[in-house]
Write a protein that binds this ligand. Structure first.
Ligand SMILES: *[C@@H]1O[C@H](CO)[C@@H](O)[C@H](O)[C@H]1NC(C)=O
Ligand SMILES: *[C@@H]1O[C@H](CO)[C@@H](O)[C@H](O)[C@H]1NC(C)=O
Ligand SMILES: *[C@@H]1O[C@H](CO)[C@@H](O)[C@H](O)[C@H]1NC(C)=O
Ligand SMILES: *[C@@H]1O[C@H](CO)[C@@H](O)[C@H](O)[C@H]1NC(C)=O
Ligand SMILES: *[C@@H]1O[C@H](CO)[C@@H](O)[C@H](O)[C@H]1NC(C)=O
Length: 468
């Protein structure tokens, strides 16, 4: 009797142990799978601590320290689809078409066929907006987003004013291809900002770099071009019609590029898309693009040296394909505060934003600009410009590089700013008035002999400072 019982126990152990193991393994795999699918953070995301100053002036989003992630859906395999969010649903149809696993052949089709892309975007738009659920949800979106959606298929706005067939002001007597074109977002009324920039950091023509040993006769520089990017102000709302003045301004400086769309915050993405198109046509040889706001101060001589250094690096030809540098923001969460200027409801966009460089000022290669131009044809417009650039970047499998000398949130503390050479250690700082820009320019010219060899700001210096 006892032997029989023993045998049964052995059989039970033999049968059950593998079963239990299998069940445990199944749970483990399921948990790991759902966790990995839940991490929407794209590869290469930089996540770092952020102080209270991190509320970006253009782009929304809090950093990942906030636990405000979208809730885990009950069926994890549906996680990435987000069909109830308008933009995600739209883009899904397009991305699906180019999925290298599902449609390996489609990667190549249409690469040089604009008509094809246009019809693809149009089809996905019609598909999504015809759904009853979408129709119901669209009415509930905030007015500003509804306005955006109603024009989001349109991107070929006519050019009203442009430099005379050249890539911006400064095209005279160049002995080599331009190193840098400064593309500055501005509005009709901001004449003062444009004038301050023209007379200071935005000077077009040959610009000498800073940071080489001049007593040894080492010097470098590059040709710089300049162009201002504008939409149209409505004369009725503004009370005056400035278009004639702008024509005169362009005759004088040759640096105005204006399109016929309303110059609003949610239309800023059009300035990227249309600038890329214009660049691809007129700026073929230009090595780098600076794109930024008209209320920043740029240390152009330092920038020139920095960019020359990038070109001298081994493999520069290869790295220039993806080169983008700025103040990189990772794992940003869309702004869900419904009375904010940056409000994006989750019925419009779900998930984190891709890693992107803050739109206050960013530099990228001419080659990348052309690739972004091509890629933008298959990415639906998004109301926030720097996030849109990030969305094109991940689809190119390119990742912006963070550089601490881009201060799109200003100096972290007054003490650092007040050091004699502080402005020689940076490439860009936001935000400065036209008056401050002129003063700062004089200041860096006056301190050049003392400060020409200070290195650019780096993360180490910031680490040493006590955190607030
Ligand atoms: C962009 O597309 C054009 C054709 O439309 C192609 O000739 C060009 O090589 C592409 N540029 C890049 C940088 O991929
Ligand atoms: C471009 O795409 C359109 C629409 O798909 C197609 O009708 C046309 O034949 C294509 N053109 C070329 C040159 O491939
Ligand atoms: C610059 O060159 C001079 C002369 O060769 C040398 O004495 C000096 O140390 C150099 N300075 C730096 C910062 O390299
Ligand atoms: C963008 O510009 C178009 C064309 O001027 C305008 O009709 C539309 O209202 C603008 N969109 C937003 C969101 O302001
Ligand atoms: C904004 O959100 C608050 C609370 O979250 C809500 O009470 C209010 O109705 C919302 N306003 C709009 C215009 O949706």
């Amino acid at each position: 009797m006892a032997r029989c019982y023993c045998r049964w126990r052995n059989v039970l152990i033999c049968v059950c142990t593998p079963c239990i193991c299998l069940v445990l393994l199944f749970f483990y795999v399921a948990v790991m799978l759902s966790m990995s699918m839940n991490s929407t953070t794209p590869a290469g995301t930089v996540v770092w601590e952020s102080g209270p100053q991190s509320a970006h002036f253009v782009a929304p989003g809090i950093f990942s320290s906030n636990n405000n992630f979208p809730p885990v859906p009950k069926t994890f395999w549906e996680l990435h689809l987000h069909r109830d969010a308008f933009w995600n649903h739209l883009q899904l149809a397009v991305d699906h078409h180019f999925n290298p696993i599902l449609h390996p052949d489609n990667m190549k089709t249409g690469s040089d066929n604009t008509t094809f892309y246009e019809s693809l975007l149009r089809q996905s738009f019609a598909l999504v907006t015809d759904l009853d659920t979408t129709k119901r949800n669209l009415d509930k979106l905030p007015e500003q987003i509804q306005e955006f959606v109603s024009h989001m298929e349109m991107r070929d706005y006519p050019t009203l004013i442009q430099p005379d067939g050249v890539c911006g002001a400064g095209a005279k007597d160049e002995k080599e291809p331009p190193l840098l074109v400064l593309a500055i977002k501005t509005t009709e009324l901001n004449f003062k900002n444009r004038q301050a920039i023209r007379q200071t950091w935005g000077h077009a023509g040959w610009v000498t770099g800073e940071g080489r040993n001049r007593s040894r006769g080492e010097q470098d520089g590059g040709y710089v071009r300049r162009v201002f990017l504008l939409g149209k102000e409505s004369p009725e709302e503004l009370g005056v019609d400035l278009s004639e003045l702008l024509e005169i301004e362009n005759k004088h400086y040759g640096d105005i590029l204006q399109w016929d769309f309303k110059d609003t915050f949610f239309n800023l993405t059009l300035k990227d898309v249309l600038f890329w198109k214009w660049f691809s046509r007129f700026c073929g040889q230009t090595r780098f693009v600076f794109k930024g706001d008209d209320d920043v101060f740029v240390n152009t001589p330092k920038m020139i040296t920095y960019l020359q250094d990038q070109l001298k690096k081994p493999n520069a030809d290869e790295t220039m394909k993806d080169f983008m540098v700025g103040d990189v923001i990772g794992a940003a969460i869309p702004n869900r505060v419904n009375d904010s200027k940056y409000f994006i409801p989750d019925s419009f966009y779900k998930g984190l934003y891709p890693t992107y460089a803050g739109g206050g000022g960013v530099v990228y290669s001419g080659l990348l600009t052309k690739r972004l131009h091509n890629m933008s044809k298959r990415v639906h417009l998004f109301p926030i410009d720097d996030v849109y650039v990030g969305m094109c970047m991940i689809r190119l499998d390119a990742h912006p590089v963070h550089h601490p000398a881009f201060l799109t949130f200003d100096f972290p503390d007054k003490e650092e700013e007040e050091e004699l050479c502080s402005y020689h250690r940076i490439l860009l700082v936001h935000k400065r008035s036209p008056y401050q820009i002129v003063k700062l320019w004089t200041h860096i010219k006056n301190t050049e002999t003392q400060c020409w060899d200070v290195p650019l700001r780096n993360e180490d210096k910031r680490e040493k400072k006590p955190k607030l």
